[in-house]
Design a protein around this ligand. Structure first.
Ligand SMILES: Nc1ncnc2c1ncn2[C@@H]1O[C@H](COP(=O)(O)OP(=O)(O)OP(=O)(O)O)[C@@H](O)[C@H]1O
Ligand SMILES: [Mg+2]
Length: 230
């Protein structure tokens, strides 16, 4: 099914991009505006379809992990680069800090990237102008690897916290017009981290900020500490 959904969307995204490049003639302002709109809507729909396909794969037990040795700091740097433009638009700064030995993870690179990117995009999206996002990484005392994303955003009420990991759930549905999204990001993060034998935790204070920590188990940590695998 994924092919049937992605192919026409890729045509919409690709051809609108080609047309707006001006390669086939100069564009009027309105034409350019509508092409931008077609392109952005197509990209948005593709992201949504990819999320829904991931959810259905996970639920069907068909999400196969392609495990390899991954440098988490490299993945995080790539994710920060991807959210940088949006963060800049919201006047939010994004930084990272690593403490202790530089280790690698035996993990699925795409999953690690998706988890980190979902958390970073939440931290940027639910932030305030002038706010910040920091990604801290370190090896914990038990040898597990921790990736912590901290933001200075709107926070999550204690009442909403239990349901934010459920699919299609947003903490405050009345805000959903202001913060676009489908409510699938955290559900996918939790599923992917747990498939690696890890866990995800959230701490938050309304109007102060949110900290989300993913813990990748010690057996997946390569190098750096005595408890490492291999
Ligand atoms: N860093 C955060 N700060 C404040 N609220 C958050 C944060 N992260 C998640 N939330 C709340 O949890 C809800 C669920 O998050 P999730 O990432 O699953 O969905 P989404 O971001 O709304 O949509 P999607 O990720 O599918 O685009 C959000 O709608 C928001 O209400
Ligand atoms: Mg999200």
């Amino acid at each position: 099914m994924s092919h049937e959904l992605r192919t026409p969307l890729n045509a919409i995204i690709g051809f609108s991009d080609l047309l707006r490049s001006g390669h086939f003639g100069t564009l009027e302002a309105k034409q350019r505006e509508y092409l931008d709109n077609i392109h952005d809507s197509g990209s948005h729909l593709l992201e949504l379809i990819n999320d829904i396909l991931d959810v259905s794969k996970v639920e069907a037990g068909r999400y196969d992990l392609h495990e390899e040795t991954v440098d988490p700091l490299e993945v995080i740097a790539g994710c920060i680069a991807l959210v940088a433009v949006r963060a800049g638009g919201h006047r939010v700064t994004v930084d990272s800090a690593h403490a202790g030995p530089h280790v690698h993870l035996h993990a699925d690179r795409r999953a690690l990237k998706q988890v980190t990117l979902n958390l970073l995009s939440n931290a940027v999206k639910f932030n305030k102008a002038g706010g910040s996002v920091t990604v801290h990484t370190r090896v914990d005392r038990d040898g597990s690897f921790l990736i912590t994303v901290t933001d200075t955003g709107i926070g999550i009420s204690a009442e909403a916290r239990p349901r934010i990991f459920a699919p299609f759930q947003q903490a405050d549905p009345t805000l959903s017009r202001r913060f676009e999204g489908t409510g699938l990001g955290l559900w996918i993060c939790k599923a992917l981290v747990e498939m690696h034998g890890g866990s995800i935790e959230i701490e938050s204070e309304e109007q102060v900020g949110t900290t989300v920590t993913t813990r990748w188990p010690a057996q997946r940590v390569i190098g750096g500490v005595a408890t490492a695998a291999d």
